[in-house]
Design a protein around this ligand. Structure first.
Ligand SMILES: [Ca+2]
Length: 161
């Protein structure tokens, strides 16, 4: 499909491990229905390749939400994250906030039962990339609200608000 497919190997971490090598960085999004899992940038733990375009679609059960937390994060820093970036958002075609750099982003809590995660790298300079985990579950905090009130606690505000 692309040069991405030759980089790295899948490995078994015990839970549903999804590497960026599979369809996520090809023509179609990687669709994830497992209740929890791990997503890494392509090639992890080696540097991600140039010209990567990956997308993951996580879907939980009805009335569940998805909590995403980062274990590692190192994406080439650039003004407005215009070079390499990761986004997490609700909609396929409406980009969420871009993040890049080497500070680990705060947790992301979905407002609906699905999220889109997208990763892009441009044609030069790569870094180690990212490793995140997600878990789905009943929304016990945000009853009857589309607004995740906890979103800015303890430190995710600057990344995702
Ligand atoms: Ca780059």
């Amino acid at each position: 499909i692309s040069e991405n497919s030759v980089l790295g190997e899948k490995y078994d971490s015990g839970s549903a491990h999804i590497s960026g090598i599979s369809t996520a960085c090809g023509n179609a999004p990687e669709q994830l229905r497992a209740p929890s899992g791990i997503i890494t940038s392509p090639g992890w733990p080696l540097n991600y390749p140039t010209r990567a375009n990956c997308s993951w679609y996580i879907r939980a059960n009805t009335e569940e939400i998805i909590t995403i937390s980062f274990q590692d994060f190192d994406v080439q820093s650039s003004a407005w994250c215009s070079a390499d970036w990761l986004t997490i958002g609700t909609y396929k075609n409406l980009e969420g906030t871009r993040v890049c750099g080497s500070s680990i982003p705060g947790p992301y809590i979905s407002s609906q039962e699905h999220v889109w995660i997208k990763f892009h790298s441009d044609d030069r300079y790569t870094r180690k990339g990212f490793r995140l985990s997600y878990i789905t579950g009943i929304d016990t905090i945000f009853f009857n609200s589309d607004v995740p009130l906890v979103l800015c606690y303890p430190r995710c505000c600057s990344f995702w608000a």
